[in-house]
Design a protein around this ligand. Structure first.
Ligand code: FAD
Ligand code: SF4
Length: 503
């Protein structure tokens, strides 16, 4: 009897998988196909660590399915098209069932090209990896209208009944952000995130990626220690809840020269692959609050990241695609500088953060936002190029997550649809929240002059360039108030130094 083929994509490693469930509920015999596409892997200069994580997790998932009794056809092919065609020619399925991709082009391909390409009926079931797919607070957004994350998040909290006491938020407040902006104490000793040993499947992938010397991949393969199975990812979640959740909130925005992860969860790589699911994280954090092992400001702060920011970003992606990646509201066209690829710069914060990205493929949110994209915004880098740079360097990078975070939030290039104001800051902020400035050759206090921190003159230059626009906007006006203290000579000096630096 012909079987239904269930095509499971590499970032959909959930179980039970909705496409499998769809076919099984109809009593159809099933065979799973997974495709490793060489062309897809080489579509960008991806981080080697990210490729090992993805391919090893896929192969472990195939093994998990086989252990559960599924027939899995694991295909190595030049492209998805080739792999699926080969599978269909060999197995002649009655139907192909797949879960909607999280990325725009993938979903277009599934819905509009696959049936003709394969010559079999195709069923695309709903994506279950994002909660907003099952409840959308704004199903028909008005063009150009700004929807604020806070309102979206509250609607999600109410709908999914998360941290709610009846109609009221647990702890009496929706938002504990004000209590969550502490710099790192000097004697802080954050617990380390867990590490996982390399097994033979992962080693095989490491060897394969290392052997692809003609590929333009970036980053180091040394000390690979990420979770690659559902069990390991669950253990990483358990470790976070037990050891880091309680202090997650207060030090969420802190940055450190020596500590890579602080109290952050480092769960995005697993969540984005499907090894973990959003409600699993939310319920684990909520349980910790009700059991008294973590305070409300940390639990709410963490749940806000998942149920609020992550879901809101995914919603923004679908709202603004296609065309999101081409947005450039501030008209910035400078190329990404070479040192973004090497970390070779005297600016200590950027050097440390970029070198960490090269080593680990991970830096935490505030380093991404207030060091990397703050610099990219102030240095007027081209948003599409910055988007591609982030795509290359991060182990948790996926098509859906990048434009809202980079083009929307980081660079404010979507006209403020994602974030109501640009996240820009001078050295003052970086110094307050980190220990980078103490050992930097630049002077964090100087606005201009030979040793002035580039964040300073670039920041004031940005405000000067856009003074009228910023002043007119109530959300941005506060940024320009400081310009009152700059006389004409200082304004000229800022402009001259910034122009010279950018050139
Ligand atoms: P935690 O600080 O522990 O937060 C918990 C979880 O919340 C994360 O695991 C993540 O799943 C979710 N989350 C929080 N904020 C966001 C957000 N803005 N968008 C999506 N999920 C969020 N996230 C990615 O998953 N992949 C990326 O490639 C990525 N690139 C980014 C680039 C820029 C310029 C910025 C500003 C943010 C980016 N983010 C990205 C969002 C966020 O920085 C990361 O999700 C987070 O740093 C992952 O580390 P963590 O798991 O330790 O997060
Ligand atoms: Fe970064 Fe400027 Fe501080 Fe140096 S002085 S670490 S460049 S913010």
């Amino acid at each position: 009897m012909p079987k239904h083929t269930i095509w499971i994509l590499g970032d959909q490693l959930i179980f039970p998988h909705p496409a499998l469930t769809w076919a099984e509920e109809r009593g159809a015999p099933v065979r799973v196909v997974m495709v490793e596409s060489r062309r897809r892997r080489r579509a960008m200069p991806y981080h080697r660590r990210r490729l090992v994580l993805l391919l090893s997790a896929m192969r472990h998932y195939a093994q998990e399915l086989r252990e559960k009794g599924y027939d899995v056809d694991y295909v190595h092919a030049d492209s998805f098209e080739d792999g699926l065609r080969r599978h269909c020619a060999e197995h002649k399925p009655e139907r192909l069932v797949t879960m909607a991709a999280s990325h725009y082009n993938g979903r277009q391909f599934q819905r509009h090209r696959l049936p003709d390409l394969l010559g079999v009926p195709v069923e695309v079931v709903d994506n279950s990896q994002f909660l907003v797919e099952s409840f959308n607070p704004y199903p028909d957004p008005q063009p150009g209208k700004r929807y604020v994350m806070e309102n979206f998040y509250r609607a999600m909290r109410r709908h999914f009944d998360v941290l709610m006491h009846g109609d009221d938020p647990a702890g009496g407040q929706w938002n504990f952000d004000k209590e969550n902006r502490k710099p790192l104490p000097k004697d802080a000793q954050p617990p380390k995130a867990p590490t996982f040993a390399v097994d033979h499947i992962t080693q095989q992938v490491i060897d394969e990626i290392a052997a692809e010397t003609d590929a333009a991949y970036v980053g180091s393969l040394d000390n690979f220690d990420l979770a690659v199975t559902r069990q390991q990812a669950a253990s990483a979640l358990g470790n976070f809840i037990a050891h880091r959740l309680a202090d997650f909130g207060p030090y969420e925005d802190a940055m450190s020269r020596n500590e890579e992860t602080l109290w952050h969860s480092v769960l995005s790589p697993y969540l984005n692959l499907g090894l973990l699911e959003p409600m699993q994280l939310i319920e684990a954090a909520e349980r910790a609050y009700y059991e008294g092992s973590a305070p409300i400001q940390s639990v709410e702060g963490f749940i806000r990241q998942i149920l609020g920011w992550r879901e809101f970003m995914y919603w923004q992606y679908w709202r603004q695609m296609p065309g999101f990646k081409q947005k450039n509201a501030w008209g910035h066209h400078n190329p990404v500088p070479d040192f973004f690829w090497t970390g070779e710069t005297e600016m200590n914060c950027l050097r440390q953060v970029i070198q960490r990205a090269i080593r680990r493929g991970y830096v935490h949110h505030i380093e991404r936002l207030m060091v990397l994209s703050n610099f990219a915004m102030l240095a007027q880098l081209d948003p599409a190029q910055v988007n591609d740079w982030f795509m290359a360097f991060f182990i948790d990078a996926y098509d859906w997550v990048m434009p809202p975070n980079v083009i929307g939030m980081g660079l404010n290039a979507d006209g403020g649809l994602t974030a109501t104001k640009p996240y820009i800051a001078s050295a003052n902020y970086i110094d307050k929240m980190s220990d980078y400035c103490g050992s930097c050759v630049f002077n964090k206090k100087a606005r201009t002059g030979e040793d002035a921190c580039p964040f300073n003159f670039l920041y004031w230059h940005f405000l000067l360039q856009h003074e009228d626009k910023l002043r007119a906007d109530p959300r941005l006006g506060r940024n320009v108030l400081g310009l009152r203290y700059l006389d004409d000579d200082e304004r000229e000096a800022v402009k001259a130094q910034a122009t010279d630096f950018l050139r």
